[in-house]
Design a protein around this ligand. Structure first.
Ligand code: IPM
Ligand code: MN
Length: 326
């Protein structure tokens, strides 16, 4: 069975790493029908297009989306992030951002479930008296019972399928007493439906210490959008580097395509030089295959990536090395 995939190489190192991901998927024997979309900072600078609604409508008919990285230094911050990446997450209701991490020695793995449509990312807030000495800027955190509960449920369901069956809520309930309370109550209520899953709670600042000093305490973590953003960069840094960090922006209800992308950015400073590590993109493609029911190919790709993780070579040489092992 072939899958129809929208491919957004994007900016900087995005197209290079996606080329390797597609190479590896083909080598693993999975047939993809790909549709290319030229979107990102470079496209925006050419004709002002960011992400037209017609394109979103077209995407609804696809099986998945694979994205390299978007963003160029010549475009002001926020334009592409909000106009393309967050618009995708919100419009396609990609409410779970799943980010798995493996210790470099392979001894232990854990996964962060980041809520992906709410929190401080929702866009609530604004300016008053902008540009005056009495300027006010607010940026609220939007937490709906519906949004928190569906994310927490996903995390419990995932934890229940894993060997350790352990789930940690990360928040800042001691200071964010409204949002934290909603998250904690929801977490504790859903926990009663999953007696097989053991649970823990960590404040986000303490979790940063534990990520560095004792990551083995974690199995599955669930957290809000902004904490999840920060914690998953740290997760990448403590498990081999951000060049290995993959992610799936999931619509678990499958009312549309899910989107898979490496956690890293477009790294314009090394773009076009075959210096980028394509493993994060390759592992993101493996997550995509897993989500599409190609578990066997996904497992072979993950194993091959682990086998070449110490390789210091060019982008395409790393891609070739993985491809030859799947
Ligand atoms: C990520 C990125 C994005 C985010 C940016 C580019 C909007 O950092 O996927 O983690 O903050 O979610
Ligand atoms: Mn981030």
């Amino acid at each position: 069975m072939s899958h129809t995939i929208g491919v957004i190489g994007g900016d900087g190192i995005g197209p290079e790493v996606i080329a390797e991901a597609l190479k590896v998927v083909a080598a693993a024997g999975v047939e993809l029908d790909t549709v290319d979309y030229q979107l990102g900072g470079a496209r925006y600078l050419t004709d002002g297009v960011i992400l037209p609604d017609e394109v979103i409508e077209e995407w609804r008919g696809l099986d998945a989306l694979l994205l390299g990285a978007v963003g160029t230094p010549d475009v002001p911050p926020g334009v592409i992030e909000r106009g393309l990446l967050l618009k995708m997450r919100f419009e396609l209701d990609l409410y779970v951002n799943q980010r798995p991490f493996t210790a470099p020695d392979g001894s232990h793995d854990f996964v962060v479930i980041r809520e992906n449509t709410e929190g401080t990312y929702a866009g609530e807030g604004g300016f008053l008296r902008k540009g005056t000495p009495h300027e006010i800027a607010t940026q609220g955190s939007v937490n709906t019972r519906f949004g928190v509960e569906r994310c927490v449920r996903y995390a419990f369901d995932l934890a229940a399928t894993r060997e350790r069956k352990h789930l940690t809520l990360v928040h800042k309930t001691n200071v964010l007493t409204f949002a934290g309370d909603l998250w904690e109550r929801t977490f504790n209520e859903v926990a009663t439906e999953h007696p097989e899953v053991t649970t823990a709670y960590n404040h986000v600042d303490a979790a940063c210490i534990y990520f560095v000093e004792s990551p083995e305490r974690y199995d599955v973590i669930v957290t809000d959008n902004l904490f999840g953003d920060i914690l998953t960069d740290l997760g990448g840094a403590v498990s081999g580097g951000i060049g290995f960090a993959a992610s799936g922006n999931l619509n678990p209800d499958r009312t549309g395509p899910s989107m898979f992308e490496p956690v890293h950015g477009s790294a314009p400073d090394i773009a076009g030089q075959q210096k980028a590590n394509p493993i994060a993109a390759i592992l993101s493609a493996a997550m995509m295959l897993e989500f599409l029911g190609e578990a066997d190919a996904a497992a072979r790709i993950r194993k091959a990536c682990a086998d070449v993780s110490a390789l210091d070579a060019s982008t395409s040489e790393i891609g070739d090395a993985v491809a030859s092992r799947v």
